[in-house]
Ligand binder design. Structure first.
Ligand code: DLL
Length: 443
């Protein structure tokens, strides 16, 4: 465990973040009973609870959570658009959404209390990762239905720092803004940070003319090796934060000054990890699908929501920052992003980890899967750093072999390696989509 703080250690709501375990457990139980009662306004849960033969008065300990039904994205879709709403329409203060792969969004509703809680939870991770009142923040998440923009906006406002709500896109304007208004802090997805890095490298504004020091990244999976690349490339330090619209949006967990995993806001969310196949609970430290029950949510009270995110819980006592909450690992992938290649399970993050170990590789890649002759084939298209790109076939062949071996050592698979010229692969303004699976088009 890291015991040296990287920045000043500050805590937004120590009365909740540092509370004794026993006290937090009692609070969780009280809130869980409330969450279950609210969920029962919804016909889906009424039926699901009846099917399981459970009623609210049987929730006597936190272990009773296991008796409650799980909720999936498919359940939300089947009850589209607002079957999971926990309140009458006139109590809704805000709607947000998340764009699904099927085209139809998932709508989520918030009451005034939900928005207030959400703002404080965003303030918690922002302060824990170094935001101070004196700072200016360039907020480059899309403002709109995506929870990143407005969620973070109100969190920053709580802390009292200055916000530049520039939203995402238009990298040249982002850089002009970064230069002229001199923010110390950037907030966006890690893949948009990569795009901004390119824009700085190819543009007229030098890095030395920017005040930028620090960033908060979230909204998509990224690896520790990618963090190193971005920190070196942008000459900043960056912090990871996690959340999803179905249980709130950003502010579910985030890293502190010690960066030992992301502190879970356990007075607002109960986390479980389950085996996605058997649905059996897994102990802390074991990797599986994260299941979240929001405890205070009024507008959209889901119970045991299956996030499809793969990670594990870190429970090694009190972190050096003083917070008593358990923490979560990085997300290593999503159950629906897992690629099954010739029977082997592979996550894009494993490929990213291998690629970022190799010095000549730029942090831009695409993964393409096909099935010629009934055999799965995977091709990784990789950009090489401009100063390392060579006309020498021998040099490039050597690099290909090195990359192939690094990927094989992590995944156990041989993949086709396609080295492409610098600045040729797609860049992303929001969440990256780096996997193209042609097999879906045929099957
Ligand atoms: O992405 C909420 C958010 C916005 C979190 C900004 C952090 C910062 P959704 O659009 O509902 O909400 O997407 C949620 O994004 O289930 C994960 O798969 C992924 N995700 C979010 N944060 C992280 C992260 C927002 N730090 C989905 N690491 C989640 C890995 C993340 N994946």
């Amino acid at each position: 465990m890291n015991t040296t703080p990287i920045i000043d250690n500050n805590i937004w709501q120590p009365e909740f973040e540092c509370m004794a375990h026993s006290e937090r457990k009692a609070l969780q139980l009280e809130y869980l009973q409330g969450a279950v009662s609210r969920s029962l306004r919804n016909p889906f849960y009424k039926k699901a609870f009846a099917d399981k033969g459970v009623s609210v008065d049987q929730i006597k300990s936190l272990d009773d959570l296991q008796r409650l039904p799980l909720t999936t994205k498919a359940d939300l879709r089947d009850n589209y658009p607002l079957g999971f709403m926990g309140i009458p329409r006139n109590e809704v203060s805000r709607y947000q959404g998340t764009s699904g792969t099927t085209g139809k969004p998932t709508w989520v509703a918030y009451t005034k209390n939900d928005v207030e809680n959400w703002s404080n939870l965003c303030a918690r991770f922002l302060v824990s990762g170094g935001l101070k009142k004196e700072h200016t923040v360039q907020l480059s998440f899309g403002f709109g239905l995506f929870t990143g923009g407005f969620g973070l906006h109100f969190g920053i406002e709580k802390v009292g720092a200055a916000i530049i709500p520039i939203s995402s896109g238009n990298s040249d304007r982002q850089l002009t803004c970064m230069h002229d208004l001199a923010p110390e802090i950037l907030i966006c997805t890690p893949s948009y940070a990569l795009k901004l890095m390119d824009t700085i490298q190819g543009g007229d504004i030098a890095r030395s003319d920017l005040r930028l020091e620090h960033a908060f990244f979230g909204g998509e999976p990224w690896t520790e090796n990618m963090r190193t690349r971005i920190e070196e490339g942008l000459k900043i330090r960056c912090w990871n934060n996690y959340g999803l619209a179905e249980v709130q949006g950003p502010g579910v967990s985030g890293e502190c000054a010690y960066r030992n995993g992301m502190h879970i806001q356990e007075d607002h969310f109960i986390f479980e990890v389950i085996d996605p196949d058997t649905l059996e609970p897994l102990p802390d430290g074991e990797q599986g699908e994260i299941v979240i029950t929001p405890l205070r949510r009024e507008g959209f009270p889901v119970i045991r929501y299956r996030t499809r995110d793969i990670g594990y819980i870190i429970n090694d006592g009190v972190c050096s920052c003083g917070r008593t909450t358990r923490r979560m690992s990085r997300i290593s992938g999503r159950t629906d992003d897992m690629m099954i290649i010739r029977g082997v399970n592979v996550f894009p993050s494993q490929i990213e980890t291998a690629l970022m170990r190799i010095d000549s590789v730029a942090p831009h890649y695409m993964i393409e899967i096909s099935r010629p002759n009934a055999m799965d084939e995977i091709t990784v298209h990789i950009e090489i750093k401009p100063d390392m790109f060579s006309d020498s076939m021998i040099e490039m062949h050597k690099t290909k072999r090195e990359i192939g071996a690094a990927i094989h050592s992590i995944t156990g698979l041989n993949m086709n390696i396609d080295l492409v010229s610098p600045n040729t692969l797609k860049r992303f303004e929001g969440k990256a989509k780096r996997v193209v699976d042609h097999r879906n088009l045929v099957d």
